[in-house]
Ligand binder design. Structure first.
Ligand SMILES: [Zn+2]
Length: 149
């Protein structure tokens, strides 16, 4: 399993995660949808990051995020028929490791990449990406490959 991302996508995700601190940032990763998207071991390439507002009420935004399903549906509708789509979500973990929480697991869909960026005291650190297993019981880490674009 691999998530490929261009330099400007990484910069955009880092910027959004730093800007949202101490709250969690969240957004979509867009790119070409591979034919084997639902195969474990697949590779996707995010060529665009789209920041979205964290939909939780302010008290909970420091440790969880919510993406408005209407916004998500809108984006998917806009891309339908283009061969592109939502290939993953990104979000930040303010002052916490880039390790998915039980809540992240509960909310996760199969196939998508879940890119988590640790943000310590406002500075984005490492990013790690995860994919939910078919049975929904755990995440498996995938490789993030940075591409020059
Ligand atoms: Zn999380």
């Amino acid at each position: 399993m691999t998530l490929r991302a261009g330099r400007e996508v990484v910069d955009e995700v880092s910027r959004a995660c730093a800007a949202a601190y101490p709250e969690e940032a969240c957004g979509l990763l867009l790119g070409p949808v591979p034919e084997d998207f639902d195969r474990l071991g697949r590779e996707v390439r995010a060529d665009r990051a789209l920041a979205l507002p964290n939909g939780w009420d302010s008290s909970a935004k420091t440790n969880r995020y919510a993406i408005d399903p209407r916004r998500l549906a809108e984006v998917e509708r806009g891309l339908s028929g283009t061969g592109r789509g939502v290939v993953g979500f990104y979000h930040s973990h303010p002052d916490h490791p880039a390790w998915p929480s039980p809540f992240d697991l509960k909310m996760a869909w199969p196939c998508l990449s879940y890119w988590i960026v640790r943000v310590d005291a406002g500075a984005p650190l490492d990013g790690r990406s995860w994919q939910r297993t078919e049975d929904g019981r755990s995440f498996v880490e995938e490789e993030i490959v940075l591409e020059d674009s």
